[in-house]
Design a protein around this ligand. Structure first.
Ligand SMILES: [Zn+2]
Length: 319
């Protein structure tokens, strides 16, 4: 596994490029394992004429300004150093975006990773949160001796690499998936049975029927009233179920028209497979239909909560 860190300059001109000033990388024999090689390349900036505040404050900015290496040569050197090792990791997702942006700017081949692990996400998951954690905070938490200064790409890559010893394998694997899928992957659940919907006189009435709209949390069976459906393809709809205690689940509704003109189908929380996540991703980007009474019900609910709040204030003032 190669752990990467970059320092860059955003500049003040109109060229939209986060120009890389240093590439730092560490090779691990395995996640949580030994550091077996390191790389640090300082790169002389050529695109932006001025440094932004962050770049100016880099402890080793002079090494970049004095460097004879330009980005294309440094990038080729980096690719060669990576060799066949095609699994990458970094703290957050920005470094790989920036590397790709720079390669594109200089018309160089993109990195072709087998997988990219986001160690910031993996570390957050390890601590049971979805909040972004700063690298220095993680280093302090793990009680890693802070003998290197931060904001040097090699030092930060080194610290990042060391945090892998605290991350369980299954959370590391989760961090290679698109971030939006995590909310669904965090809580596994047993196989669920599906429930019949219909017969209903029309498609609209089927989508709005009680049987279709009554979702159940697969962990506690709490009833969750579905507010709307995302159209996936002919007769298939998806919705997000949010259990207050257990978080998000994917609900699927399958409907078809019968010979007698009515609509029937079933609603379920299907097994969480990669194919399901792909289908759901397409659906959530597609057409959304709000269920009848959904908006009104929500407004009424909100008003009720507001009234409740006023009541509480009144009580507080009275007391
Ligand atoms: Zn629940």
């Amino acid at each position: 596994m190669i752990v990467l860190d970059l320092e860059w300059n955003r500049g003040y001109d109109k060229t939209p490029l986060d120009e890389i000033l240093q590439i730092g990388a560490v090779r691990l024999d395995r996640p949580g394992g030994r550091i077996v090689d390191t790389l640090s390349l300082f790169i002389r900036p050529k695109v932006h004429r001025r440094l932004n505040r962050t770049a100016k404050a880099l402890p080793e900015i002079n090494a970049s300004l004095a460097s004879t290496l330009d980005f294309p040569s440094a990038y080729r050197h980096f690719l060669q150093w990576c060799g066949e090792d095609c699994e990458f990791a970094a703290w957050g997702a920005d470094d790989f975006d920036t590397l790709e942006q720079n390669a594109r700017y200089w018309d160089l081949p993109p990195l072709q990773p087998k997988g990219i692990f986001d160690l910031q996400t993996a570390f957050s998951l390890t601590l049971g949160t979805m909040q972004n954690i700063a690298l220095w905070w993680a280093v302090e938490y793990c009680q890693i001796p802070e003998c290197f200064s931060y904001h040097n790409a090699l030092h930060d890559a080194m610290y990042t690499a060391l945090t892998t010893a605290w991350i369980p394998q299954h959370l590391l694997e989760l961090s290679a998936r698109p971030r939006w899928t995590l909310r669904y992957l965090l809580r596994p659940y047993p196989p669920q049975s599906s429930r019949a919907v219909g017969p209903c006189p029309s498609l609209t009435s089927a989508l709005n029927s009680r049987a279709a709209r009554k979702g159940l949390c697969p962990l506690c069976e709490e009833e969750i009233w579905i507010q709307g459906w995302n159209f996936h393809q002919q007769g298939i709809y998806y919705s997000d179920l949010l259990c207050p205690a257990h978080g998000h689940f994917i609900c699927r509704l399958t409907l078809s028209s019968q010979a007698d003109g009515t609509w029937r189908g079933h609603q379920e929380v299907p097994d969480l497979t990669p194919a399901l996540l792909e289908d759901y991703d397409r659906a959530r980007k597609g057409k959304h239909c709000l269920c009848k009474g959904g908006a009104k019900r929500r407004r009424r609910y909100r008003r009720r909560r507001k009234d409740h709040r006023y009541e509480r204030n009144d009580t507080a003032q009275a007391g």
